[in-house]
Design a protein. Sequence first.
Lengths: 186, 109
Amino acid sequence: MGVIYPPIRQWDFAGGALRATLAGVRPAGSLCKESGAFWLGDRAAVARVTTVVLPSGDGVMESSGRWQVSAEVFGSISRWVTPRRLCLLGMAHTHMPGVPVRLSQTDRSHGVHVPGFLEIVIGNAGRDTDHRVWGWHVYEDGRYRRLLEPELSVRISLAFEIRIDVWRADAHGVYPGGTDEQPNVQ
Amino acid sequence: MDTAGQLGSEQAVRQVVDHEIVVVTVSYLPAPNSFNHKFSNQTAIGTVRADAMNFFGVSDHKDRDVHEFFLEFEGRRLTNMTETLEQLLGRHRHEAHFHLVEQVTKGSV
């Protein structure tokens, strides 16, 4: 198992990944619906998130209490990822205002169950811009565990030099969704 | 002593061996490496699925919901687990790339 899923000591993000995620989830949030994003990159001891994929449309359910991505969307992203040698490192999704940023039982059940996988909950329908108040959870020893300070600051790093690619995905394919070429200023 | 019959038989065996191997690759989105294995073309899709799931350390299970893994091939979900690689690919194709995908069906709880 360790060879298949190399242990991750730290996740490096560009501020662009977080901005792209927030920009992707806020339109649904403004309609009081949950939404989310896939974070992809290189899996290694220091994993780098280089790509944000925003599922929407066919195969994606956004509602006030649930964000669900169908197996067909996972399939289309998997086909797209193969030649790019990217790996799904984590998923972020929103909770509505007043709902804690911890994983619900449904979130825990529907999450990806492989070691080191990240599940992030963004509060206030995507209006919480400070990633340190998001709910960061890592799958370890057969369950999701919340990352709290000081571990959070040690293991989650904003690596300013990473350029972020942003894509959109549905059950039929993956499409360009813009590229974050702005200097990361967070 | 070689006979025409023995030579013919060896040639036939070689032809069978040449034909029966399929190089299979299975990708799983959260895994950095793919599952790569050579199967007989008489191998059932269910066997490929089971071997790939074992490689990736995942299993069908039930908690609040029902979690099932399936193989996708060229955008199509494979549901017939007894279908062989030869039946899926035809006799002349010797490689196949599958994607392992999890289907979560909401439970009744």
